[in-house]
Design a protein around this ligand. Sequence first.
Ligand code: ADP
Ligand code: ZN
Length: 437
Amino acid sequence: MTYQYWNEQLETISRKELEAWQLAKLKETVGRSLRTPFYQKRLTESGIKSPDDIKSLEDLKRIPFTTKNDLRDGFPYGFLSIPRDEVVRLHASSGTTGTPTTIYFSRDDLKQWASFMARCIYGTGCTRADVFQNMISYGLFTGGLGFHAGAEEVGMLVIPSGSGNTARQFRLMQDFGTTAVHATPSFLLHVESKMKEEGVKRESLLLKRAFAGAEPYSEDTRKRIEGLLNIEVFNSYGLSEMNGPGVAFECQCKNGLHIWEDGYIAEIIDPETLENVTGDGRGELVITILCREATPILRYRTRDLTGFIPDNCPCGRTHRRLYRITGRSDDMLIINGVNVFPSQIEEVIMAINEVGNNYVIEIEKEGVLDRLTVKTEIKPENFMDDTRPLNALKEKIRRQIQASITINPRVELNEAGSLPVSEGKAVRVKDLRPKDL
Ligand code: ADP
Ligand code: ZN
């Protein structure tokens, strides 16, 4: 296989040179941070008064972590390090876990972001000959404009379709010969279900690749989307605090996400002890952004759970790869005392062939106990009046979930297309337990 690089020199830089680069950028970033009200206080308190106090990459550990709450406390301008009139754009997180946080960009920041994004897109094999349909919401959410700029940088023909409205999406794909799309994995599954419903033939589309991210999904879900739509799916990871998409992305090897270490310093910590995890151990991803001047953020606790894949990638890139992100530490559900990640349930049900493309996890209180219900859709061809095969399927799903998470769930089968679909990030978990119990 031949691999194409957007910036070969930086993508294949030696580890030694990369570390020297990181140290220089870290010093610059600390210097900028000292110009923000928040870090001025935080860093001086930890004895860091000038960039010269950072002498090696090890000194990063002297810097305290920054949390989402810190960002909220610093709202609106506590993290701004350049004059207000040099700021050309702001973005905000989607607010999945509370009040949104705001990030500011200078003109140069936007350029850098676009070039990281271009690196991601080009690394999947796309070129300027591709037609790219960005099926994700534009606006404050970073997925829209982030991908948009990167795809333009590559020179693709960009269709800023936004999310939703599958009939219109299909028409655009057919009219302009879309070859690559960007969407959440849940929206891609929805698109596939709608294709059947609206009688759109796969042969009428030129689709080759999809970039799927913004929410966790399992390897089985990737395989399912690839099989159903006959395309290649690449995992895209980012978060608005770190610009948005373009932080880590899969190359053509599709085995882990290269995190761009010339733009970001990544660490894995144990979320309980806050100690750095070594080797390929799993834990919480912590990121320091080196490629943004307007809003520096140091050692940001992402809450996202992953780890570094130990060996080198065959593609020749030297930037380390992250394991697929399985969810956030705060996604963890405690059901009758057992810790469960929604991703564990997804992994089981998406591997069952008869199960359709959408599901919901519900937890209620029944007396003193928690009750887990997994609502799945089933593929139209498996829906029938005869209840016996359906009961057998239900039992199979129940058994497999129990085998994986030890909790015995109630399983509900629904007709394809009957569970609620979200146009942005999927809302898969409904925790209906009273909050104060
Ligand atoms: P919010 O934090 O409000 O959801 P963002 O839009 O910044 O706002 O979302 C970033 C988060 O989305 C990440 O921290 C991560 O939890 C999740 N995410 C993004 N991409 C992926 C991916 N490829 N796999 C798993 N989770 C992802
Ligand atoms: Zn690679």
